[in-house]
Design a protein around this ligand. Structure first.
Ligand code: PMP
Length: 295
C-alpha cells in the first residue's frame, strides 16, 4: 500500500473551478464541513481515459448536496468537464476520482445557511481496493456492531461524509480482528451492506440482494443487476435476515472502488466464490472498459 500522504503529492486538483497544484488545494481549520460533516462526495473510476457512468455520479453528487440542504454552485456539465480536465491534467487513463463538496467557513455553528459551498475533484491511481491475491479466494467480512440508520434517523440516500463515521469504526474493528471488511446490518437487524460497497448473495442459481431502503443504491450495484439479467440470472431485491446467510452458496460485494469482489466468509458463514460471482466480476471488468460482454 502506498504511504505517500495525500496532502503531499505531485499533480493537480480541480478546486472551485480551477486546476491548482496538488499541495495548494487547502481548506481552513474552521470549515463547517470538517466540524459538522456538512460534506458530500463521490467515488468514481476512469477506465482507459473515460469515467464510468460519470453523469450518474455527478447527478448523485448534486442530489447528495440537496439532501443536506445545499446547492452545489456548478452545473452538472461543469462538474463533468472538471472531472475530465483533472484526469487529463494528471495524465491518467485508469484512476480513481473523488469529487467532494462542503460548506465553508463563513459560519461556525450548527446553523450554517450563509456558508459558501466549495467543490474539489481529486484523482489518483488506486488499482484494487482489496488485495488481489485475497480477492480471488474471497475476502473475509466481520459483522459490525454498528447498524445503518433508518431513513428517519439520517439522510441515508445522500453520499454524505457523516454517514461514514460508523463505516470507519466498523472497518477499523474488522481489520484489527484480521478481516478485510465488515458487513453492516440495518436499524431493523436486516442485512444492509459493507462499509463501502453493496452486498449480493447466491442461492440455487438466483441472486438475492438487500432492498436499498436505508443505504446507498450503488451505481455498481445497479450495473451488476443489469449484467446478471443480461445473462438471464434472476435478481431478487428483498429484505434479507442474517440467519438466511447459512443457506447462500456465494456472496460478493459491488462498488466503484471494490468493483465486484467475491466474499469467502461473513462471520461464521462460509461461501465459495463460484460461477455467478466470477462471471459478474469479468462482465463488470469488460463493461467498464466498454468491451462487449461475452454471452
Ligand atoms: N455503499 C457505500 C457505503 C459506499 O461507500 C459505496 C461506494 N460509493 C457503495 C455502497 C457502492 O456505491 P457505488 O457502486 O455507486 O460506488
Amino acid at each position: 500500500m502506498s504511504l505517500i500522504p495525500f496532502d503531499d503529492r505531485d499533480g493537480w486538483i480541480w478546486f472551485d473551478g480551477k486546476l491548482v497544484p496538488w499541495r495548494d488545494a487547502k481548506i481552513h481549520v474552521l470549515t463547517h464541513g470538517l466540524h459538522y460533516a456538512s460534506c458530500v462526495f463521490e467515488g468514481q473510476r476512469a477506465y482507459e481515459g473515460e469515467v464510468f457512468k460519470l453523469e450518474e455520479h455527478t447527478d448523485r453528487l448534486i442530489r447528495s448536496g440537496e439532501i443536506l440542504g445545499f446547492k452545489i454552485p456548478y452545473s452538472a456539465a461543469e462538474i463533468n468537464q472538471g472531472c475530465r480536465d483533472v484526469l487529463a491534467k494528471n495524465g491518467f487513463r485508469d484512476a480513481y476520482m473523488r469529487p467532494v463538496a462542503w460548506r465553508g467557513s463563513e459560519m461556525m455553528a450548527v446553523a450554517a445557511q450563509a456558508t459558501k459551498i466549495h467543490v474539489a475533484i481529486a484523482t489518483w491511481q488506486w488499482p484494487s481496493y482489496f488485495d488481489p491475491a485475497i480477492k480471488m479466494k474471497g475476502i473475509r467480512l466481520d459483522v459490525s456492531r454498528w447498524r445503518r440508520p433508518g431513513p428517519d434517523m439520517a439522510p441515508c440516500e445522500s453520499k454524505a461524509a457523516g454517514l461514514y463515521m460508523i463505516c470507519t469504526l466498523s472497518k477499523h474493528e474488522a481489520e484489527a480482528k484480521g478481516y478485510q471488511d465488515a458487513l453492516m446490518y440495518d436499524y431493523r437487524g436486516l442485512i444492509a451492506e459493507a462499509t463501502g460497497a453493496n452486498v449480493f448473495f447466491v442461492k440455487d442459481g438466483k441472486i438475492h440482494t438487500p432492498k436499498p431502503d436505508c443505504f446507498l443504491d450503488g451505481i455498481t450495484r445497479r450495473t451488476v443487476m443489469d449484467l446478471a439479467r443480461l445473462r438471464q440470472i434472476e435478481v431478487i431485491e428483498r429484505h434479507i435476515k442474517p440467519e438466511e446467510m447459512s443457506g447462500f452458496t456465494e456472496c460478493f460485494l459491488s462498488g466503484t472502488a471494490a468493483e465486484v469482489t467475491p466474499v469467502g466468509e461473513v462471520g461464521p458463514h462460509k461461501f465459495t466464490p463460484g460461477k455467478i460471482s466470477l462471471t459478474l466480476m469479468d462482465d463488470y471488468a469488460a463493461t467498464v472498459r466498454r468491451k462487449k460482454v461475452a454471452a
